[in-house]
Design a binder for this molecule. Structure first.
Ligand SMILES: Cc1ncc(COP(=O)(O)OP(=O)(O)O)c(N)n1
Ligand SMILES: Cc1nc(C(=O)O)sc1CCOP(=O)(O)O
Length: 247
């Protein structure tokens, strides 16, 4: 069993992973939306390699088949993905599994899949995406923690450095973040703030085996550019413009 870091960064590209993971991020999710499979595979491969080099645990959102094929060891599934996914195949391939929850019935469904963590959100309003659930409030973290016991609990949605004490005081083991970092004027500095603010909470959450950290390097695929002139998986240098998923 391996400790899951209390700071869980979620980003939408390998560029962001290249940029922020070397600062000292130990747990990162690649959450890519609306991208063709050839590019997704490259993103996962690049992310995996950067994480392997930096001793960071990589979680792949949604694309569990690609995650298996690319030798990753952790996937995150939402409830709809969970219904469609072949969870036994994910387990046979040795991957750990995190699952989103937003209400009691989702929590029940998540626990039935015997996940390696459960995420509760949105704790506060989020600007990243439209949600059909009202903000859960920090008190709900405590309710969830009582229900999940020793299983690591991730709090997500509107979490900021300033809100971290409340997140952990209510029983979350892990705080997940997107925009407090990616839309900050200085994402590197904000990442350092997150790392500093979460070190006091290291050591509570344990699950899974970090094969991605010790695994052999995989050759990167570096397509020169996608067919229709969209964003290249191999693009480097300046960070990607933040994407607004709303509307
Ligand atoms: C840690 C964590 N928690 C929740 C989510 C959201 O997952 P999901 O409900 O599948 O929604 P999308 O990410 O697909 O928009 C997550 N990705 N990670
Ligand atoms: C991707 C996601 N899932 C959520 C859920 O509640 O399941 S909230 C969320 C967005 C998290 O982004 P930010 O830290 O910018 O609020």
């Amino acid at each position: 069993m391996t400790r899951l870091d209390p700071f869980y960064l979620i980003v939408d590209s390998a560029d962001w992973i290249d940029r922020l993971v070397p600062i000292g991020v130990n747990l990162v999710q690649l959450r890519v939306k609306d991208t063709p499979e050839y590019e997704l595979r490259c993103e996962i491969r690049r992310a995996r390699e950067t994480c392997r080099r930096n001793g960071c645990r990589l979680v792949v959102n949604d694309y569990w088949r690609l995650a298996i094929e690319e030798g990753c060891d952790f996937v995150h599934l939402g409830q709809e993905d969970l219904v469609e996914a072949d969870v036994p195949a994910i387990r046979r391939a040795g991957l750990s599994l995190g699952v989103s929850t937003h209400d009691e019935s989702e929590l029940e469904a998540a626990l039935a899949a015997k996940p390696d963590y459960v995420a509760l959100g949105p704790v506060w309003p989020t600007i990243l995406k439209q949600m059909k659930w009202a903000p859960q409030t920090p008190a709900r973290i405590a309710t969830w923690k009582r229900a999940v016991g020793d299983l690591p609990l991730v709090a997500i949605g509107g979490v900021t450095v300033e809100r971290l004490p409340e997140v952990f005081a209510n029983g979350a083991d892990i705080a997940a973040v997107v925009t407090d970092i990616t839309r900050n004027a200085d994402p590197e500095a904000r990442t350092r703030e997150w790392i500093a603010a979460t070190r006091g909470y290291v050591g509570t959450a344990t699950r899974g085996t970090p094969a991605s950290i010790v695994g052999a390097a995989t050759p990167l695929c570096l397509p020169a550019s996608p067919p229709q002139g969209g964003r290249s998986a191999a693009s480097a240098g300046a960070p990607p413009a933040p994407t607004n998923e709303r509307g």
